[in-house]
Design a protein. Structure first.
Length: 458
């Protein structure tokens, strides 16, 4: 008899786990209420990066005069404008298509998908909201997280918005306020700024992107302000209110800022309430996140968890890997525990920030002894050709051995450029090995090899 696996949630943690379990011969059921693909596909990663793809084109156009191009109408006015209705229609179409692709893949692999909400009835049974029960040899909780809101800042879905609600806009905002300077806030602020919208960013910290490499976040803030963004640093939001077409963000120091729309980027809360977790013996922390070990086990035997509801690292790639690891572990396949130091991540601002491995903050704190080199892109020939002035490549390696332990890339398409560094970190390559691999000339990726060459020690 096949092992029975029931998965709560159809996001990356859930559907990737389902595919692995089916591949290994398990009888798999996915119980999902929000749409296969989860927020990553339907309301978060895929939609936001599709919107950002349009913003990237606008950013490229902004550099066109330097490259000798002009986009002007016959009367001399700019001939390029954004149709936000069409943009968001495309966003939602691509998200739906991606969800459909995943559904068809699950069906081909024999995975049963049940639409509805499920909860644990003990560690080895799931009960759906229609009363149907599913016995399981293993359960995976992958229910994700939702945008955090506050009583003093409630979204209305029209002018006060969470990041999941922006795709219903059909008209370009006259003036946008973004509350929150973390990854989500900066990505939306950067995107709308590129689309020609005046943007004010409310940041409670000294600098934007406080969780990222400090050198990188300073570049992003300098570029954003140079392009016209107003950044209110050390400014904490007290409330967000709406009066007709005007949204007012009140700050705790008595100031206020007004705009036509406001995006709330205040973090996430796990979707773990009313799942029967505690009764099943699954421990959660004070924030409601499920506690897991490095192979995705919870405190209850036979119950695993993956994705944003664990709070381990809120990335779709991490959720997917947690789900795969859970099934590899349960079904007895070869498994390697999750290693966050091998996770590459990206902030889709303009330019992008990509990171992997040990950080500058960890090195400065003495958590890792490493040598580093930072190479500005201003001297890269391909960057000059493309009109790229901002950004850098930073590499960290161990003294003595020269093994690459981390890196940062700030550049357009940094998400693509980080891959050779990610491979070096994952495979414990030395800076010399990274440097000796051929790169195309001219190419922006050539700066990765050049940075590695500068770490060579005789």
């Amino acid at each position: 008899m096949s092992d029975r696996v029931v998965i709560l949630g159809g996001g990356p943690g859930g559907y990737e786990a389902a595919l692995v379990a089916a591949q290994l011969g398990a009888d798999v059921t996915v119980v999902d209420s929000d749409g296969i693909g989860g927020s990553a596909v339907i309301t978060d990663c895929v939609p936001s990066k599709t919107l950002i793809a349009t913003a990237e084109v606008m950013t490229d156009v902004a550099a066109a005069p330097e490259l000798g191009l002009a986009f002007r109408g016959e009367d001399g006015t700019p001939a390029l404008e954004v149709d936000l209705g069409r943009v968001n229609s495309r966003v939602k179409k691509i998200a739906a298509e991606q969800s459909g692709d995943i559904i068809r893949r699950l069906d081909r692999e024999g995975v049963t998908v049940v639409t509805g909400r499920g909860r644990l009835d003990g560690p080895q049974r799931v009960v759906g909201d229609d009363g149907t029960s599913y016995d399981a040899d293993a359960v995976l909780v992958a229910t994700g997280a939702s945008p955090r809101t506050l009583p003093s800042a409630q979204p209305d879905g029209e002018r006060i918005l969470t990041w999941e609600q922006v795709y219903d806009l059909t008209e370009v905002p006259e003036e946008l306020i973004v509350v929150g300077s973390g990854v989500t806030g900066l990505e939306f602020a950067s995107a709308y700024l590129a689309l020609g919208v005046p943007v004010t960013l409310v940041s409670s910290r000294d600098r934007v992107l406080p969780g990222e490499d400090a050198d990188a976040s300073l570049v992003i803030q300098e570029v954003a302000e140079r392009r016209g963004m107003t950044v209110l640093s050390r400014s904490r939001m007290e409330s967000v209110t709406r009066d007709g077409d005007v949204v007012t963000v009140a700050l705790t120091d008595g100031r206020s800022v007004q705009g036509s729309h406001c995006i709330l980027a205040l973090g996430s809360v796990p979707n773990t309430t009313d799942l029967g977790l505690e009764d099943a013996g699954v421990m959660v922390d004070d924030g409601g996140f499920v506690r897991v070990d490095r192979v995705s086990r919870t405190s209850a035997r036979g119950v695993y968890s993956a994705g944003d509801c664990t709070g381990v690292l809120m990335l779709a790639s991490v959720a997917a890997m947690q789900g795969r690891i859970a099934m590899w572990h349960f079904l007895g396949d070869a498994v390697k525990p999750l290693d966050l130091k091998q996770v590459s991540s990206n902030v889709f601002t303009a330019p992008e920030i990509a990171t992997v491995g040990w950080s500058q903050a960890a090195v400065d704190a003495g958590e890792m002894v490493a040598e580093s080199v930072t190479l500005p892109l201003a001297g890269n020939p391909r960057a000059k050709m493309q009109g790229i002035h901002d950004g850098f490549v930073k590499l960290f390696c161990r003294p003595g051995t020269g093994i690459v332990v981390g890196g940062v890339v700030v550049a357009p398409r940094a998400s693509e450029l980080i891959h050779p560094v990610s491979l070096a970190v994952a495979e414990s390559l030395t800076a010399d090995q990274l440097a000796h691999a051929f790169t195309v000339y001219p190419s922006v990726s050539g700066s990765v090899a050049e940075a590695a060459r500068r770490l060579h020690r005789v």
